[in-house]
Ligand binder design. Structure first.
Ligand SMILES: *Cc1c(COP(=O)(O)O)cnc(C)c1O
Length: 379
């Protein structure tokens, strides 16, 4: 997988492939490539993809069991391109209230500007979503689990009501990667991933991936990405192809350490709730049990109220948890999150502060002893 059709100089890993101009022997060959430039695998010009891009795309399509994949320049671009591909002026889009903040900002700041109306919905409403579908609803966009608070929606129920109304479903599946959940097999039309997270896995690449179930939807997405002129960078494609080779072993270690950290965290008197799909405190835990087959390392903790002013000192004291955006790399990260300002369809009821943890690949006993020291600041 991922290196079948390319002569790669006998190397185990596909080397980085850089190209803008591609040369043809005859004008006829050039014209043939031009006429099939939207088709998968056509070598025409660098922006349309090169052999390494096509290998990554075919590998992702196979992992998701989709008809085709389009690699783009970031996870946010994957969300943006997939939304734009299925919407036009006058369309209505239903967006889960818990989506990644910048995706929501794109809907509010750009889609509305281009005449698309946006309604946010409670991702836990399941098939009741049918009541929000209008004649001009063209897309349902959601995320499983939701960003910051990790609610797991009933993916098949949402996919089914959308399908009955001929509405395209797009799911941001970054948390689970194709290895822990396969949304296309649950009825979703298009799944998007930030390849900057677990797929590349080392916090050094920016990449997005869009996989569609049908050839028609794949073509729609590919044409939009090419119309916009976006493309995945050569180095990022190389890093993602390499990252995919170790994804399953990395995820296994992330899962083991995450469960150990959660076990320690839930015993602490300062902890109110664990928001991880694999934990019973998390809304939609039963859907995670049914539709997912593993544990990722990103989750949130709701602390008891009264700890607000001490959380900052706790975070600043940690030595093994970096402070920074993104996640899915080998390094553990920590960041306070505030779910309240973004929600409009749902309200956030917990009173205490919320902190997001990304458990990396460090030794989990070192992580726990770092947390033990840090939690002294909460006393
Ligand atoms: C990080 C993230 C994105 C955006 O990905 P980038 O590669 O950082 O642009 C989109 N969706 C989710 C759920 C994310 O966590």
């Amino acid at each position: 997988m991922g290196r079948d059709t390319v002569s790669n100089g006998r190397s185990v890993n596909l080397p980085m492939h850089q190209a803008s101009t591609m040369l043809f022997n005859t004008l006829e060959e050039f014209e043939q490539a031009r006429d099939s430039r939207y088709q998968k695998g056509t070598l025409y010009y660098g922006r349309y993809g090169n052999p390494a891009t096509f290998e990554l795309e075919s590998m992702m399509a196979e992992l998701e069991q989709g008809a085709g994949c389009v690699a783009v320049s970031s996870g946010l671009t994957a969300c943006v391109v997939s939304l734009m591909a299925f919407l036009n002026a006058g369309s209505h889009v239903l967006v889960a209230d818990t989506v990644y903040g910048p995706t929501r900002a794109f809907c509010d700041n750009v889609l509305k500007q281009y005449g698309v109306s946006v309604t946010y919905f409670d991702p836990m409403m399941g098939e009741a979503l049918a009541g929000l579908i209008q004649d001009n609803t063209h897309v349902v966009f959601f995320e499983a689990p939701g960003s910051a608070t990790f609610e797991v929606p009933d993916i098949p129920a949402i996919a089914q009501v959308a399908k009955q109304a001929s509405v395209v479903t797009i799911l941001d599946g970054t948390w689970a990667t194709p290895l822990l959940c396969q949304p296309l097999l649950l009825g979703v039309d298009v799944v998007v991933h930030s390849g900057s997270k677990y797929i590349s896995g080392h916090s050094d690449a920016m990449l997005g991936l869009i996989v569609a179930t049908s050839e028609e939807n794949y073509q729609t997405v590919r044409k939009m990405s090419l119309s916009i002129g976006d493309r995945a960078g050569a180095n990022d494609v190389f890093l993602a192809l390499r990252g995919l080779r170790t994804l399953s072993v990395r995820l296994r270690q992330h899962a083991e350490s995450t469960l150990q950290c959660i076990e320690w965290l839930e015993q602490q008197p300062e902890v109110e709730r664990i928001l991880h799909p694999a934990h019973q405190d998390c809304p939609g835990h039963e859907f995670w049990q049914r539709d997912f087959n593993g544990v990722a390392g990103l989750f949130s903790v709701v602390f008891r109220s009264g700890t607000e002013n001490k959380i900052r000192a706790m975070i600043n004291s940690l030595e093994m948890f970096g402070i920074g955006l993104s996640w899915g790399g080998f390094e553990s990260l920590i960041l306070p999150v505030d779910p309240t300002p973004f929600r409009t369809a749902t309200s956030w009821n917990s009173v205490g502060p919320v902190v997001r943890f990304n458990i990396g690949l460090e030794d989990s006993s070192s992580l726990i002893s770092d947390l033990q020291t840090g939690f002294k600041f909460l006393k």
